[in-house]
Design a protein around this ligand. Structure first.
Ligand SMILES: NC(=O)c1ccc[n+]([C@@H]2O[C@H](COP(=O)([O-])OP(=O)(O)OC[C@H]3O[C@@H](n4cnc5c(N)ncnc54)[C@H](O)[C@@H]3O)[C@@H](O)[C@H]2O)c1
Length: 433
């Protein structure tokens, strides 16, 4: 099939590349011309494990190409995927203006029948609104499909190639068969293809994110209880995760969830509920507990140093919102850095892949280390914000030698408190007595 993908961010680039890998001819479009120029040279615009090899192969085999010309791409495609960002408006709702803009552009350049597949996240009714607006702009026939994306950054290629399920909201049986055929190569292990109406498909995405956010927030609430009651949330988590009714994912307590999806989708859903005259107490609570977890973590660092924080040099390990991505959007580390900078501390940060982005974001307000131990030189404390693998078993002797004060604030519970104590560190983690 001939496919165009509008938006080459984390979702569009992964979707376009993986679809090309099953034999389709895919043209990816972006309004960011620099991004397109880099992609044409085979240079990734994002860090995503496994993507580069797939991208290069599919460019070489002429199944995958890039353009900033929406008209050129749409002219050659039956299916047009919309994968543009839907960030938060000031009131918390999804800002679907870029998505609507992309759809309007497609409508203006369409020269015949097209299937418009919306992968961007928005409230139920978004795709119906897109269809209504497109009908105002074009006389050509088209169908719309909702196909929410459930990939996780850091494992996005694997998630796309081996999804837990495919959700398709669609009103036309022939279009549904086309979507079924498109996804058949990814569902050979028997995972379900779930067909439903447009609004239910949109709602499914929001419900999944709400559920994941709530799980983390429940564990963060228990982390607070554990601290007060002298219990260890790591043991509690293991007991909870072993329950077959619950499972192990998204139960790790810490400094809270971040990223470009969970926080904004939970808040947007709550704001949208309010607009509908409904209450969404659980969603609001999930967001509030998450915010409180981060504030508690920052508060612990601040109260440890007191006013003297202004004379301290603090090392940060990990700045992305999760490991195996370079995405800094909504990363808790940025709030930690901002709070410590605001209190006058000097920051020396290290991240395995986001160093350049971090330097671009903060300029000379922070120092960005090229290697993890470099960040520790003369540090008065280390704050761990992301659980990159390389931080899990560090050389404690080397750390102790490099640091001025042996203090670690661990937002991801990577270490055993007794081990750190034996190595002469003051160690603060989350929810452990
Ligand atoms: N990032 C994730 O892990 C993830 C997972 C599931 C769903 N989603 C949802 O998917 C959508 C896209 O997310 P993302 O993280 O890929 O966003 P992103 O910001 O990484 O990428 C969006 C891209 O769209 C481009 N764009 C904007 N307007 C355009 C237009 N008119 N024409 C062509 N390109 C245009 C931007 O330049 C950008 O490159 C969002 O709704 C998000 O909530 C994201």
């Amino acid at each position: 099939m001939r496919i165009s993908v509008i938006g080459t961010g984390y979702v569009g680039l992964v979707a376009g590349t993986c679809l090309a890998d099953t034999g389709h001819r895919v043209i990816c479009v972006d309004i960011d011309e620099e991004r397109i120029a880099r992609l044409k040279r085979g240079e990734l615009s994002i860090y995503e494990p496994g993507l580069e090899e797939l991208l290069t192969r599919n460019i070489e085999e002429e199944r995958l190409s890039f353009t900033s010309d929406t008209g050129e791409a749409v002219a050659k495609s039956l299916l047009v995927f919309l994968c543009v960002g839907t960030p938060s408006l000031e009131n918390g709702e999804h800002d679907i203006s870029a998505l609507m803009g992309a759809a309007e552009h497609v409508a203006r350049v369409m020269d015949g029948y097209r299937i418009i597949v919306n992968k961007s996240t928005g409230p139920a009714g978004t795709t119906a609104r897109i269809a209504a607006r497109m009908r105002e702009l074009t006389g050509h026939e088209f169908d719309v499909v909702v196909n929410p994306e459930f990939i996780k950054e850091g494992a996005a290629v694997d998630d796309f190639l081996r999804p837990d399920r495919i959700v398709v909201g669609c009103e036309d049986v022939r279009v549904l068969e086309i979507m079924r055929e498109l996804y058949a190569p990814f569902l050979r292990t028997g995972k379900p293809f779930l067909a439903m109406d447009l609004a239910s498909a949109e709602m499914s995405k929001l419900a999944v994110n709400a559920m994941l956010a709530a799980r983390i927030s429940v564990m963060n609430e228990f982390a607070t209880f554990c601290e007060a009651a002298g219990a260890d949330v790591s043991h509690v988590r293991e007991a909870v995760a072993a329950d077959g009714r619950i499972g192990a994912g998204y139960l790790f307590p810490g400094l809270g969830f971040g990223g470009s999806c969970l926080p904004k989708d939970v808040i947007a859903c709550a704001a949208w509920a309010e607009k509908l005259g409904l209450d969404a107490p659980l969603l609001r609570a999930a967001a509030a507990v998450n915010d409180a977890a981060l504030r508690r973590f920052i508060g612990r660092i601040r109260s440890f140093y007191g006013e003297a924080v202004a004379r301290k040099r603090i090392a940060i390990w990990g700045t992305t919102f999760k490991p195996r991505t370079d995405d800094l959007r909504g990363a808790p580390a940025l709030r930690v850095i901002d709070a410590l900078l605001g209190a006058g501390a000097a920051i020396h940060a290290y991240d395995p892949v986001a160093g350049k982005k971090l330097a671009a974001l903060y300029g000379d307000r922070i120092r960005v280390a090229a290697k993890n131990y470099d960040a520790l030189v003369d540090a008065d404390g280390l704050v761990i914000c992301t659980e990159w693998n390389e931080f899990r078993r560090p050389d404690y002797d080397r750390m102790a030698e490099l640091m001025r004060e042996r203090v670690i604030f661990d937002g991801r519970n990577l270490y055993t408190p007794a081990t750190l104590e034996q190595n002469g560190f003051q160690y603060f983690s989350v929810g452990r007595g």
